[in-house]
Design a protein around this ligand. Sequence first.
Ligand SMILES: Nc1ncnc2c1ncn2[C@@H]1O[C@H](COP(=O)(O)OP(=O)(O)OP(=O)(O)O)[C@@H](O)[C@H]1O
Length: 330
Amino acid sequence: MTDTATGIPSAPPTTPVADAAIVTRGLTKRFRRSGGRAAVDGLDLEVPRGAVFGFLGPNGSGKTTTIRMLLGLASPTAGDIRLLGGDMPRAGSTVLPRVGALVEGPAFAPFLSGAANLARFDAADPTSSRSTRAARVHRALDRVGLGAAAGKKAGAYSLGMKQRLGLAAALLGPRDLLVLDEPTNGLDPQGTREVRSLIRSLADDGTTVFLSSHLLSEIEQVCTHVAVMRSGRLVTSGTLDDLRAAGAPRVHVRTPDAEAAASTLRRLGMDAERTSADELDAVLPDGLEVEAVTSALVGDGVRVRGIAVSGASLEERFVELTGEGFDVDG
Ligand SMILES: Nc1ncnc2c1ncn2[C@@H]1O[C@H](COP(=O)(O)OP(=O)(O)OP(=O)(O)O)[C@@H](O)[C@H]1O
């Protein structure tokens, strides 16, 4: 799922809704103690199979509540959930074994080793075979880079190691879908990079990954799709490329030589649109500065009466969408 030339994740082909990994319709959760405001309010989500889907929103916007409902850990007040083609919660016993999850740091026994903790998790899965347990546990530990710490007590693990142990637990069985709530929480920059590359390699193997985050940079680096939450509501969703395009900077040129200007812009890789007799408008490609556009126009003898750039960066767009102080730093 990664474009090998650019390293940027590319979106998988759109799948029909019926075949999506996750579909929610009107999903709503109202807590009794919350004074009437819904924590999740009429959420319609579609997560295509094969996507790395970022669920982005500020603290308290309803991400964890949504994830808990997807996994059958909280019951919706209203709405429907389809997970891997099965209606939840009815299909839970057949669907959930194919879903690996990391939600709010799983509870590990501090006095047992990392490997022994995973063996306990594995034993709790009625579909797992005892004879292959040790191999499964060690494969999962190796996958998250904890092979060397397998025998160490989980209580002595750092926060980052505990987070990775949680990921290893999510990877014990073959999974079609991974649901990860803030998977890099508490990790140092090195741990964060490792988890990102693990997510990419899982996606390359065809696993659909749904991950929540309040960090735009995290979503930008690993995700093909994104949904943005604000106060329990979905404010936008789509491929990251679509969102980038929607907020891409545009250049506006005012000139009496519109024909000549259009041909210069074309040469620079821009598809200009004529907005009036003496005005043109085009998306400014990545890496091209407006100064370079101006000098190319002037160099071609175009009489430039005005040139301006408008449009927001992805960061500005997300801040605008969520309407609050938004954490955009990795
Ligand atoms: N058990 C609960 N009882 C009452 N209110 C709750 C409960 N769990 C969550 N809420 C409220 O629901 C809203 C959404 O919370 P949620 O934890 O889903 O948000 P979030 O986006 O995951 O935030 P964070 O990034 O801080 O985890 C918040 O206002 C929260 O206070």
